[in-house]
Design a protein. Structure first.
Length: 465
């Protein structure tokens, strides 16, 4: 991998992000009675998309919003402009990654022509858009519980319809996060970029057809796992396995993902997370055992996400992730990104690196290639595994996800390979996914079992009452 390319500046990147930040600042103070500084931020967003198909509508929306007279359609236009700018940043960074790793990226097929089925839930989408518009008018500094609580009936109306649950889940989580921060006037620090991301995405998902279910095909072939990305929150956990798919029809190998998400008690942490995840996806057990999976007619989205079902999979032959990374990964086609998902935070490209010098200090972990450092995102290393920053620092080869955060490329380790007493030792984030005899892992599993049993017993008491 050419790490020198990752350190070079990307043309237009800073200007695009500055325009996004200017709009986010205007949104923070609220657009009910905008001040001159907010108007300038709105005009900066409009100037950034001048010369594009959005130019006229965004210019009108910025002018109306600066005068405090923006309608819901104007807010949609502003959300579209912001999303388009971050999409352009995503594309520019993605092109740079392609150059650095030397792998092609797949392309999405053009949408099928023909009439679409009419959306029957227009009224609830309008209600969601109205709530988001009210939120933009009061801003993060002006929000209170009364404004935020307006999302509750909208979410309740969205949930029964499968095609709208994506928007429902987003609004529900967004409103809960805002409610925990009310009143906005008392906040010392506001996550402007994050909340504006959520607001803009939700606003676009209120457009009829935008939140529809993804188109899928079916695939048959051999799945070779590379590693697992574990994302944990207080009440939920997700495991996303990155793998190379070798189709049985002989077509080109491609990178795919398979994910499983479950709710969890906040007392279940560490190795205990696998107890909650394991029953829902046999792939996790295969990953922990170092085996491939044979897929038969497994549903697959155009963006490379396997809609996992154990009915379509069976364990295969042993498969070493590092052998896969060395042999199969370089020729695999990267998954394309759906238009609405084009955002810098969505970049998570599987890579294999070796021959580096690692350095770990109190503030950072870096891997240096020919004098060029690549920062390691040690905070993303899950506690539910034997993988640690110290293990990464002692390694000689690494499978990871190349990401972009805080203005620079970073590497999230999924697995490392090192030599100890002339023997090759491999540690990976999914080592305990299928169970473990490791003392720390066993202790974590037992603690999780005890916690779950106690919660089940208490739930049983409540139900009996």
């Amino acid at each position: 991998m050419r790490t020198d390319l990752l350190a070079e500046p990307v043309d237009g990147l800073d200007e695009a992000l500055a325009a996004v930040d200017a709009f986010d600042g205007a949104l923070t103070s609220g657009l009910l009675r905008p001040q001159p500084a907010q108007g300038a931020g709105l005009l900066e967003l409009a100037d950034a998309v001048a010369g594009t198909p959005l130019a006229a509508k965004v210019a009108e929306a910025a002018e109306k919003a600066a005068a405090g007279a923006a309608s819901e359609d104007h807010f949609v236009a502003l959300a579209a402009a912001r999303t388009a700018l971050l999409g352009s940043v995503h594309d520019a960074l993605g092109t740079r990654v392609e150059e650095a790793v030397g792998r092609p990226r797949g392309e999405l097929a053009a949408p099928a022509d023909g009439p679409r089925e009419p959306v029957q839930e227009v009224n609830v989408l309008v209600a969601a858009r109205s709530w988001l518009a009210d939120l933009a008018r009061c801003g993060w500094q002006g929000m209170d519980h009364e404004v935020v609580s307006g999302a509750a009936p909208v979410v309740s109306a969205l949930l029964p319809e499968p095609g709208l649950r994506r928007l429902a889940a987003l609004l529900d989580g967004f409103a809960a996060e805002l409610a925990a921060s009310c009143p906005g006037a008392s906040l010392q620090r506001i996550p402007e970029r994050r909340w504006a991301d959520l607001w803009a995405r939700a606003m676009l998902l209120t457009l009829p057809g935008a939140a529809g279910l993804p188109e899928t095909t079916t695939v048959t072939g051999r799945l070779l796992p590379l590693g697992v990305d574990v994302q944990e929150h207080a009440t939920a956990v997700q495991a996303q396995v990155h793998a190379v798919l070798e189709p049985a029809d002989g077509s080109a190998s491609r990178l795919v993902r398979a994910s499983v998400s479950v709710p969890k008690p906040d007392t279940v942490v560490g190795a205990g997370l696998w107890q909650l995840l394991r029953p829902h996806m046999s792939l996790l057990e295969a990953l922990g055992e170092g085996r491939s999976m044979e897929l038969t007619d497994m549903p697959l989205t155009a963006e490379g996400d396997l809609l996992w079902s154990d009915e379509h999979a069976r364990p295969g032959e042993p498969a070493d992730p590092f052998a896969t990374a060395r042999v199969a990964l370089p020729t695999a086609i990267d998954a394309p990104t759906a238009p609405l998902d084009r955002h810098p935070t969505r970049l998570a490209v599987p890579v294999f690196v070796e021959g580096y010098a690692a350095q770990l200090d109190e503030n950072a972990l870096t891997l240096t290639f020919a004098g060029q450092p690549l920062h390691v995102d040690a905070d993303r290393i899950p506690t539910a595994s034997p993988l640690t920053p110290e293990a990464v620092a002692k390694s000689g080869a690494c499978i990871g996800l190349l990401r972009w955060d805080a203005g620079r490329f970073t590497l999230q380790p999924l697995a490392v390979e090192s030599t100890v007493r002339k023997k090759t030792v491999v540690l990976h984030a999914g080592a305990w996914a299928g169970g473990t005899t490791d003392k720390v892992g066993v202790k974590g599993e037992k603690a999780a079992t005890d916690a779950v049993n106690v919660l089940r017993e208490r739930a049983g008491r409540l139900l009996r009452k």
